[in-house]
Design a protein around this ligand. Structure first.
Ligand code: 5BU
Length: 284
């Protein structure tokens, strides 16, 4: 059976990284392949969005450096919610420096990302040393890394050979790298010019995909949206990442209570859409 037709539960056994395994297990338990991207700039908004969609998501994605009133209490509350409501946390940090620098950015500073984010991601622009640097901090904490093999934005330079270099680097680091940010199953592209034969049956990588929306096709700054059916069904990705499609009402409405209720409803709607696309994929 091709990997994309296997259940999330069965795939959990093949992943070598503990955070990746844990993610697949949550997905199965909650019947959710939905990651909410909470790109709001206040602590209160962030926690309110997370609370209202918590039961529908397997993963909460943050850009912690956009929160104006960030403090350690935000992290403590987010971590408590992740345990109580059974989801993992993904800091979308997009590391992009030499190994030594990223190890400091990951472990130290104001945000101490490694201490609370189960998952983070990195560009491969600097070369494989970036993985080594992040691993020194993340592996002792059982964290997992995603490589940015592709992006959702118009004109992205992350494509073709570059994406395949990400696949090669992931194969060489399966203990720590458990997948990709990508728009399709990049690991199935047979462009890989690898001296080492690829042990397809022995490996698995998750593909997490941003640029997902049911109501609009893009924004004014190059974002491009596809539906859960296109992403999970046609492109065989594993997790849909949805931001404004879910929390958008909060930015538009003055009526807080009704905005929060709309956020909840959108969370439910995207969970159902993502899960239905997955179930259809399993049955071919
Ligand atoms: P949106 O509101 O659903 O458009 O938010 C998408 C989120 O995913 C946002 O946090 C981006 O930073 C993130 N993202 C993306 O949109 N496209 C990409 O290729 C990558 C991340 Br990588």
């Amino acid at each position: 059976i091709p990997t994309h037709a296997q259940t999330y539960a069965s795939r959990a056994q093949k992943l070598k990284n503990p955070a990746g395994k844990a993610l697949l297990e949550v997905m199965e338990r909650k019947q959710s392949n939905l990651c909410v991207s909470v790109d709001v700039t206040s602590k209160k908004d962030l926690l309110d969005v997370v609370k209202s969609v918590a039961k529908f998501v397997c993963l909460v994605k943050t850009h912690i450096d956009i929160v104006s009133d960030f403090d350690q209490d935000l992290i403590d509350q987010l971590v408590a919610l992740s345990k109580a409501e059974d989801f993992l946390i993904f800091e979308d940090r997009k590391f992009a420096d030499i190994g030594n620098t990223v190890s400091l950015q990951y472990g130290a500073g104001v945000h101490k990302i490694a201490s609370w984010a189960h998952i983070t991601n990195a560009h491969l622009v600097p070369g494989p040393g970036i993985i080594d640097g992040l691993r020194t901090v993340g592996e002792p904490l059982q964290r997992g890394l995603l490589l940015l093999a592709e992006m959702s934005s118009k004109g992205t330079l992350a494509k073709g050979d570059y994406s395949q270099e990400c696949v090669k680097a992931a194969r060489a680091n399966q203990d720590f790298v458990f997948g990709f940010i990508a728009m399709h199953r990049v690991q199935d592209d047979d462009l890989v010019d690898s001296a080492v034969p690829v042990e397809r049956d022995a490996e698995d990588f998750l593909v997490l995909t941003p640029g997902v929306g049911l109501d609009v096709s893009g924004d004014a700054m190059g974002q491009q949206y596809r539906t859960p059916q296109q992403v999970i069904g046609e492109s065989k990705c594993d997790v849909i990442i949805v931001g404004r499609g879910i929390y958008g009402a909060l930015l538009k409405s003055d009526d807080r209570a009704s905005a929060i209720e709309q956020v909840r409803k959108q969370g439910e709607r995207y969970r159902v859409a993502g899960w239905q696309a997955y179930e259809q994929r399993l049955t071919g």
